[in-house]
Write a protein that binds this ligand. Structure first.
Ligand SMILES: C[S@@+](CC[C@H](N)C(=O)[O-])C[C@H]1O[C@@H](n2cnc3c(N)ncnc32)[C@H](O)[C@@H]1O
Length: 355
C-alpha cells in the first residue's frame, strides 16, 4: 500500500535494532505496541516474528488494515456466508479456490450501483470530481454495500469483514486517479484509472493463539494505559494530516455518506486532527506521549526533514533514560507524477530505555 511514511521498506532495519536493544535480555512472548499503525506493516511483521501486538491509529481505514493484518486464520473461514444462499453454486466450483477467493470472485462480479462514491467522486455523478471512472466508482459502491449487508445479516464476522474491506481499499487505491494521496484528484485521467477495479486475496496469518488488540484512540490519551514491553512510535513528521490526505479511503472504510465539501469532496475530519502535524504543537505532543508511557523499551521513527529537530527529540526522550539512535537513508516518498527519485532522506530510529 502506498501511504505516506509507510515503513514497509524499513521492516528489517527496525527489527534488527529492536533485536539489538531488547531481545537479548527479554524472554517469553513480548507485547509490541504499534501506536501509529498506518498500514499496519510494522504490526503484521512483528506478529509474524511471534510478538503479541497492540495496534492503534486515529483513522478507521488504518484500524481496518490492522484488523485484517492481525486476524487469525481460525476466524477467516467465510463458512457461514458460503453456506448461505448468497453465493451462487456456479461460483463454488473451482477445486483450488479457497473460501476467500470465492467470496472475492462474487464481489468482483457484482453490477455497479450509483451510490455515494459514484455521485461524489466520479465525473458521471453529480459532483463531477475525477477520483474514479464512473464504472469503478459504482462498483466500489456495490461492493461496499454488499459487505455492509452481509455484516448486518451476521453472515460475516468482524475479521472477515476487515479482510474484505482491506481488499476493497487496496483495489480502490490501484485505480484512483491521484498522485499518491487523496489530497487532490488529477485533472487528466491517469491510465491506471481505466483498469477495472479487482479485489485480490489478502494473506491471512495462521492462528497464533495470541490475543492481539486493535484500538482507535489519540495516542496522547492512550499512552498512560498501554501495557506493553515494547512501544513503537511512528508519528506524522510534517503538516500532512492523514485524515484529509486519505479522506476517500476513510469514507469507504467507515461506510457512511457524510456531507463533503470543497473541490476535493473532503469529509469532516476535524476530530482526527493530529497535533504532530503542527510546528507549534508537535514537541508538546511527543513530550506528553513519552512522559505517559510506562513501557521499558520505547522506539521512535522520525524523519530528519521533520518538524522536530534531532536535539529536541533527544531532549524529550532523555527524560525517560538513556537514549540511542541509528540512521537509514532511503528514497523520499514520491508522487506518481513527479519527484526526482534521487533525493535520499534520512529516517532515524530512536530508542530510549525507561528507567
Ligand atoms: C507515519 S504514519 C504511520 C505509518 C506506519 N508505520 C506504516 O508503516 O504504515 C502515521 C500514522 O499516525 C496516525 N496518527 C497521527 N496522529 C495520531 C494520534 N495523535 N494518535 C493516533 N494516531 C495518529 C495517522 O493516522 C497515520 O496513520
Amino acid at each position: 500500500m502506498r501511504y505516506i511514511g509507510s515503513k514497509e521498506r524499513l521492516l528489517d532495519f527496525i527489527y534488527a535494532f529492536v533485536k539489538e536493544k531488547v531481545e537479548y535480555e527479554e524472554e517469553g512472548t513480548l507485547t509490541f505496541a504499534d501506536l501509529f499503525t498506518g498500514t499496519a506493516s510494522v504490526s503484521r511483521f512483528f506478529r509474524k516474528k511471534g510478538y503479541k501486538i497492540i495496534a492503534n491509529d486515529l483513522l478507521t481505514v488504518c484500524v481496518t488494515w490492522a484488523k485484517a493484518a492481525l486476524a487469525s486464520s481460525n476466524d477467516i473461514t467465510f463458512n457461514k456466508l458460503i453456506n448461505s444462499n448468497q453465493i451462487k453454486e456456479q461460483e463454488l466450483t473451482s477445486l483450488f479456490q479457497n473460501n476467500q477467493d470465492t467470496v472475492l470472485k462474487h464481489l468482483n462480479a457484482l453490477s455497479g450501483i450509483e451510490g455515494f462514491i459514484f455521485n461524489e467522486y466520479s465525473p458521471e455523478g453529480k459532483s463531477k470530481r475525477m477520483y474514479f471512472t464512473g464504472e469503478n466508482a459504482s462498483k466500489i459502491d456495490a461492493i461496499r454495500t454488499q459487505i455492509e449487508n452481509w455484516k448486518t445479516n451476521k453472515l460475516i464476522n468482524e475479521s472477515e469483514e476487515a479482510i474484505l474491506l482491506a481488499s476493497l481499499l487496496r483495489a480502490t487505491n490501484k485505480v484512483a486517479n491521484i498522485a499518491g494521496t487523496y489530497g487532490a484528484f488529477l485533472k487528466e485521467w491517469d491510465k491506471r484509472a481505466f483498469n477495472s477495479i479487482m479485489l485480490e486475496s489478502i494473506e491471512v496469518s495462521q492462528n497464533d493463539k495470541l490475543e492481539h488488540k486493535v484500538l482507535q484512540k489519540d495516542v496522547q490519551e492512550l499512552a498512560a494505559d498501554i501495557k506493553a514491553d515494547i512501544v513503537y512510535l511512528d508519528p506524522p513528521y510534517n503538516f500532512r494530516q492523514y485524515g484529509a490526505y486519505y479522506h476517500v479511503l476513510e469514507t469507504i472504510a467507515v461506510g457512511d455518506s457524510p456531507v463533503v465539501t470543497g473541490k476535493t469532496g473532503l469529509r469532516p475530519w476535524q476530530t482526527q486532527k493530529s497535533d504532530f502535524c503542527y510546528n507549534d504543537k508537535a514537541a508538546k505532543a511527543l513530550n506528553e506521549v513519552i512522559s505517559r508511557l510506562n513501557s521499558k523499551h520505547i522506539f521512535l521513527s522520525y524523519n530528519t526533514d521533520g518538524i522536530l529537530k534531532h536535539e529536541e527529540i533527544i531532549k524529550i526522550l532523555s527524560v525517560k533514560g538513556e537514549t540511542d539512535y541509528i540512521d537509514v537513508s532511503f528514497q523520499r516518498y514520491k508522487s506518481n507524477g513527479g519527484g526526482s527519485g534521487e533525493i535520499k532522506v534520512k529516517e532515524r530510529l530512536y530508542y530510549v530505555r525507561n528507567k
